[in-house]
Design a protein around this ligand. Structure first.
Ligand SMILES: [Zn+2]
Length: 445
């Protein structure tokens, strides 16, 4: 099938990993990939897990050449709110040069570009310039639970043995700016609950005397940062990798990432960055302490003069290389225990964690990937670290002991995870070109 037909067939399968009623679709999607890769001569198989299958496909062996492991995910996010889609999410449609469908950019478009790059090399040269293994999972959007287990098996590690790993599941600065990402942020999430009176109280009969848990929670949270927007939790910044001079220079040139542009992009009146750092530096390389939700008391119509029994906050920290997620979470817990007023009690709930990831972008494989980007797009790539987290990638990299290179094709307006997700046809075609350049240049290493 043509490169667009293949992509459309892939996008038509509603492989939503989070929703039980789509389990059969997720499995069909794995079967689709197995048969596509087998048709290219790959030894392709579907590995069943307790949740969704993992697809592994190995190219015929090319003696004396390195092995490239390509990781991607074939599952997609749910489509809600469906009414905001201008076309059916699983009936791909091209409008104004963009392919609209759930998964177009995250991550089916990039995966099919990689597969068709391989297919075109095979058609042109009869064989690949190096060994290629695909590792495609169906649970990325729900936490990659079974893949963490899968890679613990020594037989699997042997099957996935490689020289370098490539992932195309990250962002691209803009359509004219190829992007080489060499780091990801880590993450730790937690929740605190502050409890005061045993029952909701009348704010006139008891106000001014009884403790208010919402006020207590607000004071506790306010104590986590100072006027310079520096986090004041003891130990929070321990081990944080400093930003190198070349990184500051490189990041100051990333399109769309100046403080003025970031302010406009976020629809904010002004940025609020840690003192001494630009917005781009904070996004790429400074740890953050972010409130994701705060609740307590009466939220209904009109007023209700009440002192509530409790208040809660959901918090996540994005972490950088050098920080241990569990340790940061412990520091936060200690901080809140220390600042919790004696009139209320606090409970602290650990959430999930993931480690940050970074490689040296100037290795031979790193330089080969940068040349591949430059040859494809006609201009040198920007080098940056991702503000987001893909914890499974850090785990795969660490388990196999090999670097992961991120060649993102998601444009800022690709609407990933949102209604009207799309990928420009031009970027899909460039992704195929990039794959061919990448494989040929890496084959020379
Ligand atoms: Zn993705």
């Amino acid at each position: 099938m043509s490169k667009l037909d293949d992509l459309f067939a892939f996008l038509s399968i509603p492989s939503i990993s989070a929703q039980r009623e789509h389990a059969a679709d997720v499995e069909n999607c794995a079967d689709f990939l197995v048969s596509k890769l087998a048709s290219l001569g790959f030894d392709a198989s579907k590995h069943l897990t307790t949740i969704h299958p993992i697809v592994v496909a190995k190219s015929p062996s090319v003696e004396g050449k390195p092995t490239l492991l390509i990781y991607g995910h074939y599952d997609v996010m749910p489509v809600d709110p469906i009414e905001l889609w201008e076309s059916e999410p699983f009936t791909p449609e091209i409008r104004d040069g963009r392919i609209y469908a759930r998964g177009a950019s995250d991550d089916k478009g990039p995966i099919m570009a990689l597969i068709h790059g391989v297919q075109e090399i095979l058609a042109e040269d009869g064989q690949l310039p190096l060994n290629v293994t695909f590792l495609l999972e169906g649970e990325e959007e729900r936490g990659s639970e079974t893949l963490y287990e899968f890679i613990k098996d020594p037989a699997v590690q042997k099957m996935l043995d490689c020289d370098v790993i490539v992932v195309s599941d990250t962002g691209m600065a803009d359509i004219n700016t190829p992007t080489f990402s060499y780091g990801l942020k880590g993450l730790c999430c937690f929740e605190i609950k502050v409890s005061g009176p045993a029952m909701d109280l009348h704010s006139g009969l008891f106000g001014g005397a009884a403790p208010n848990p919402i006020s207590a929670l607000c004071e506790m949270i306010a104590s986590t940062r100072d006027a310079n927007n520096v986090v004041t939790i003891a130990g929070f910044y321990d081990g944080v990798m400093p930003i190198a001079d070349w990184e500051r220079q490189s990041w100051s040139r990333v399109p769309g990432m100046s403080d003025r542009e970031l302010s406009a992009l976020t629809g904010s009146r002004a940025l609020r960055t840690e003192k001494g750092y630009t917005g781009a530096e904070c996004v790429y390389a400074r740890p953050t302490f972010e409130l994701n939700g705060i609740t307590g008391g009466y939220q209904g119509e009109g007023s209700k003069t009440v002192i509530p029994t409790h208040a809660t906050a959901k918090i996540s920290c994005r972490l950088v290389p050098g920080q241990d997620p569990q340790r940061v979470m412990n520091c936060a817990r200690k901080h809140f225990e220390k600042v919790c007023p004696p009139s209320v009690t606090m409970e602290f709930f650990d959430g999930h964690t993931g480690e940050a990831y970074i490689i040296d972008p100037h290795t031979n494989y790193g330089k080969a990937a940068q040349r591949a980007l430059e040859n494809t797009f006609g201009t040198a790539p920007v080098l940056l670290r991702e503000g987001g987290s893909i914890p499974i990638v850090a785990a795969i990299s660490k388990t196999l002991g090999k670097d992961t290179i991120f060649l993102g094709l998601d444009l800022p307006d690709a609407r990933i995870h949102s209604p009207n997700e799309n990928m420009r046809v031009e970027i899909y075609e460039k992704g195929i070109e990039l794959t061919k350049n990448l494989l040929r240049l890496m084959g020379e290493e």
